[in-house]
Unconditional design. Structure first.
Length: 70
């Protein structure tokens, strides 16, 4: 599941998810839009904050769709 999809399904704000993960809203927005790829430790914290709903594979899928290689 992608970050935006998760946030919409759970009615969580960008600020709320960013705080749960321990990153800035700007960083979370960039991860969500596929502008930045989070470091492994951030991906782990995202997985924890979303109870495993958003995983590393989801970030890779976004990059592949955009034609980027990880």
């Amino acid at each position: 599941m992608e970050l935006k999809e998760y946030r919409d399904a759970k009615s969580i704000t960008l600020a709320g998810l960013a705080a749960a993960v321990g990153v800035t809203e700007v960083a979370m927005s960039r991860y969500e839009r596929g502008i930045r790829f989070p470091r492994p430790e951030i991906i782990e914290r995202i997985e924890e904050a979303t109870d495993g709903a958003v995983r590393a594979e989801d970030f890779l899928r976004v990059r592949r769709r955009r034609g980027e290689t990880p």
